[in-house]
Ligand binder design. Sequence first.
Ligand SMILES: CC[C@@H](CC(=O)C(=O)O)C(=O)O
Ligand SMILES: [Zn+2]
Length: 332
Amino acid sequence: MCAEKIGWDSSQLRKYDLHLDEIPRLHYEDPKVDEFMQKNQPVLITGSKLVKPAEEKWTLDYLEKNLGKSNHTVFVSRNHKFKYFDEKKIYNKNNLKGVEFTPPTKRVDMKITDFMKKLREWKRGDERLYLQQPLNSTVGSTIVEDYLKFDWHFVAEKKNKYHWGELTSNVLFISMEGNVTPCHYDEQQNLFAQILGYKRCILFAPDQFECLYPHPVYHPHDRQSMVDFERPDYTKYPKFKNLKGCETVVGPGDVLYIPIYWWHHVESLMRGGPTVTVNFWYKGGPTNLEYPLQDHQKVSIMRNVEKMLLEVLQDPKEVGPLLRTMVLGRYC
Ligand SMILES: CC[C@@H](CC(=O)C(=O)O)C(=O)O
Ligand SMILES: [Zn+2]
């Protein structure tokens, strides 16, 4: 990646033992953008006006002044990682035995003024913060005005062309430099619009499932990889060494298409200052079953098998033995 003209350098990237190709960077008017999106493949789209009003105005001061007086969702971590967890699965009364879980981060409600103060006063060793707030009625009218001036024609054209479902949310992310969102997948199509600062996005196709060892579906870390990219345990996760992926660094005005079920690891560049992103999450839309099935459809099938087995077996410890009995010597 040639970086000199875009204000960052490779010393700001965390080091991993990964084989990564470059995600194609194409101007939004280039017809090849659609060739990638049609095939559910990632592409970095440059030059669009999707979030132009935000790109022009959303400095940290502007956001502090205009994000509104309500509380916003902020995650707090003792280190630079913000591994997502599903609170509902921790307290799931569906008598799932033995789910021992200590959340790696805390979710707190915080006023934007308190958040920004902590950001300004942060020093090495302090807890890190990551604001992750859906753009909804809690934000101030000025931000709403900017939001309404996003290029909704651009996203509507993509939604309709690829038969996506409804827009479920736009989440505003305000990250400290160096924060990492570890590798996970979402069950939504995602247009990831960068507004301030630079983020490295490392993506892996759904067929890399067996190299990324996701937590079981019942686990609060469902959809998240169990592998620590910084210290991979190759004994526990031997196929991690075969992992193949692609990456890009998104900067202000860039829009990264993260296809549904594609794994992604996201990091705000070290020493790059705070970053601001807005994503556009869309439901996947109708699935026409053509054979052979696509890899992301197989992931969805595996998820449903896990859910069904947990429903009937109740005890997560019984799922593995039953699957082994069913498969070993018979299907492999
Ligand atoms: C959840 C935070 C992450 C973005 C992401 O995972 C997504 O938009 O799906 C990031 O930017 O750190
Ligand atoms: Zn995600």
